[in-house]
Design a protein around this ligand. Structure first.
Ligand SMILES: Cc1ncc(COP(=O)(O)O)c(C=O)c1O
Length: 370
């Protein structure tokens, strides 16, 4: 009997029909069965192996389960007060989201309408591109130059319908960065015509002396929006909390598109506690990353493997065979890496730096599969 309903595809916008859903990795118990491995190190999401700072752990442990019945602060009131004090900005300069991922969507929804475009790089964190695409806006992807964002080419790609330019600093996955001089020169040339988002998800890992702090440029550049997350350095990835900061006028516009109550109370309280850390957590994490990065680079050189490494807690490695094959083989040995074909780097994997002993195990596994 013919259906009385029209086909589903008639309801679906053409730009959605073109999109392939992102399939996240399965939980550890399922993966261990699938790949027949007794242990599994997740080195695919750039998490911090040291876990949350001690004060954040305390905050999580002391959470009274009965409080689960009550909605959280809808706009992360106390966290925004604290961020305001830390960065010398008004608490109203911040919007806290369910991970930095959520604030990406807030900004795009706030500024883009049909026919508009956003600009970013071809090989960078893909969520800027994805949110634009599945919202029906054009994403203009400018090729990286020497593994870094190409300022000139990005400016050349701007037209009257460009609303937002996303710069990932340092870049995930290449670790390249713009220093303050380059960032300022770019902002000067954009001259307020577009919103410039600087995504500093990995800023706390930066070792380079001239790595900029875009937060300090907000007063000077009213079109600048900065992203930060608690998922990486502060190791609160499971709680999903990140934020944006910008000039009060911009944030007032973005706030209109944001979903209040999307950030749970445990995340808000753990984030406040994480910020109380005396610097010991960041210091320990940076020391671990430095040691593991140096070790892995040396090993890769001795194996004759090309790698791309800069700031951040990850390294990209080129393999002499397909990254998906490498993924499967490494999974069988208990190491989960990120395949890079989706980032337009076929045959590359991205590896999150872990403790030295785990990196030694990973290197043994890598030698075995090669
Ligand atoms: C560059 C960059 N920005 C933003 C995010 C999103 O972070 P979250 O949603 O966990 O806060 C990530 C996560 O991997 C990232 O790599």
């Amino acid at each position: 009997m013919p259906s009385k309903f029209p086909p589903l595809k008639e309801l679906v916008p053409a730009y959605i029909n073109k999109i392939e859903p992102y399939i996240p990795s399965k939980p550890d118990d399922i993966l261990k069965q699938m790949y027949n491995c007794s242990f599994l190190y997740r080195m695919n999401n750039n998490e911090n192996v040291l876990g949350p700072p001690p004060k954040a752990l305390e905050a999580i442990r002391s959470f009274l389960p009965e409080r689960a019945a009550i909605y959280p602060s809808g706009d992360a009131y106390h966290l925004r007060q604290r961020l305001g004090e830390i960065y010398g900005l008004s608490p109203d300069s911040f919007i806290v989201g369910n991970g930095a991922n959520e604030v990406i969507a807030f900004v795009i929804k706030a500024f883009c309408q049909q026919g508009d475009n956003i600009i970013t790089a071809d090989k960078t964190f893909a969520v800027y591109e994805w949110v634009a695409d599945f919202s029906g806006f054009e994403s203009r992807l400018v090729p990286l130059k020497d593994y870094g964002f190409d300022d000139e080419a990005m400016l050349a790609a701007v037209d009257k319908r460009t609303k937002i330019i996303f710069v990932c600093n340092p870049n995930n996955p290449t670790g390249s960065y713009w220093n303050e001089e380059k960032l300022r020169a770019f902002l000067d040339r954009v001259n307020g015509r577009q919103i410039v988002v600087v995504d500093e998800a990995y800023a706390e890992f930066a070792e380079a002396e001239d790595f900029p702090n875009a937060m300090q440029l907000i007063d000077e550049y009213p079109n600048l929006v900065v992203f930060r997350t608690f998922s990486k350095m502060y190791a609160l990835a499971a709680l999903r909390i990140g934020y944006l900061a910008g000039n009060l006028d911009i944030v007032d516009v973005i706030r209109r598109t944001c979903i209040v109550y999307s950030v749970n109370v445990l995340a808000q309280e753990a984030a406040i506690a994480a910020l109380e850390d005396d610097g010991g957590h960041i210091k320990r994490t940076k020391a671990l990353i430095k040691e593991s990065k140096e070790y892995l680079k040396k090993e890769l050189e001795s194996m004759g493997l090309h790698y791309v490494s800069g700031e951040g807690n990850y390294i990209m490695i080129r393999l002499p065979f397909s990254d998906t094959l490498a993924y499967r083989k490494l999974m069988n040995l208990g190491y989960m890496v990120r395949t890079m074909t989706g980032f337009r780097y076929p045959n590359y994997i991205r590896v999150t730096l872990n403790s030295l002993s785990v990196m030694e195990g990973f290197v043994r596994a890598l030698r075995k599969i090669i």
